[in-house]
Design a protein around this ligand. Sequence first.
Ligand SMILES: Nc1nc2c(ncn2[C@@H]2O[C@H](COP(=O)(O)OP(=O)(O)OP(=O)(O)O)[C@@H](O)[C@H]2O)c(=O)[nH]1
Ligand SMILES: [Mg+2]
Length: 306
Amino acid sequence: MDLVERIRSGNKRTLSKLITEVEYDTETGREALRELYKYTGNAHVVGITGSPGVGKSTLVARIVKELRKREISVGVVAVDPSSPFTGGAILGDRIRMQELACDPEVFIRSVSSSAGTVGRTTKNIIRVLDAAGKDVIVIETIGAGQVDLDVLNVADTKVIVLMPESGDEIQMIKAGLLEIGDVYVINKADLENAARTKSQLSLAIKERDGWIPEIVMTIATSGEGVEKLVDAIFAHKKHLEDSSNLRKGRLEAVKSEVVEILVEKLKMRFYEKFSNARYSDIFEQVLDKELDPFTAAELIEKEEGL
Ligand SMILES: Nc1nc2c(ncn2[C@@H]2O[C@H](COP(=O)(O)OP(=O)(O)OP(=O)(O)O)[C@@H](O)[C@H]2O)c(=O)[nH]1
Ligand SMILES: [Mg+2]
């Protein structure tokens, strides 16, 4: 059986090995990604994001359980928070996740965000899981910084997780996350201020592309509200399918991915060019303040016919 067939049969060991190849960006990994590409696009990708400690991992474990109850196969990609302060939670997450990982229809993988290429790696892991036939792929990220937003971009449904707050203004408004969510979760609804946070949130969110973001209250530790959350995710999925938004969103993602690849290639090419002495006088001039970096870039552009 060739690799593609083994992956598509859902063999966990093969899947695990291939994902490692993809993580290390090996030739085998790249080759497999090219071959598997045409089998992707069937999975619904759900991005779960929110500040450290809001309960994302606890929630993801509950979502996976709920999906399995509905006989839906699941892949989970956890992008580890890089902050050492939340490091303690990771061990707990792994233990919770391990119980679920025994299920042959569940595949769970962590990616370390310390690697500079985590965005692309995560996208590629999602592809492998998609080609392997997982119906839903859940990604957990902390939602801060460009990398996380990149990762979130590939999600068809973006779920923003908040917890009750006592302030006048929800922190997430400042973080700019209120413009991108399709579903909002107020987790830890057992704590004070849950209702208040919900009403503040409902005032802040707006309709986008014919979809009014849903707000769901959950208590991830007990599982309360998780069924409603999964329903909201599927309602959004249906909305995307019924409108042309699924295709539109994915088209944008494809575009930015190709741009990203081109930029990476261009960068390599420039560094190669700069490794010989050809432009060294320009760099010297910039260093000596005879040229500014913008003018230097323009000169090189002209020289290269760009
Ligand atoms: N009271 C209460 N505590 C919760 C709830 N959900 C999660 N927690 C607790 O909140 C803490 C953080 O939960 P995690 O699931 O690790 O949170 P996280 O968002 O994944 O955290 P990071 O991955 O570190 O960003 C844990 O101690 C959970 O038990 C909830 O609904 N209510
Ligand atoms: Mg977590």
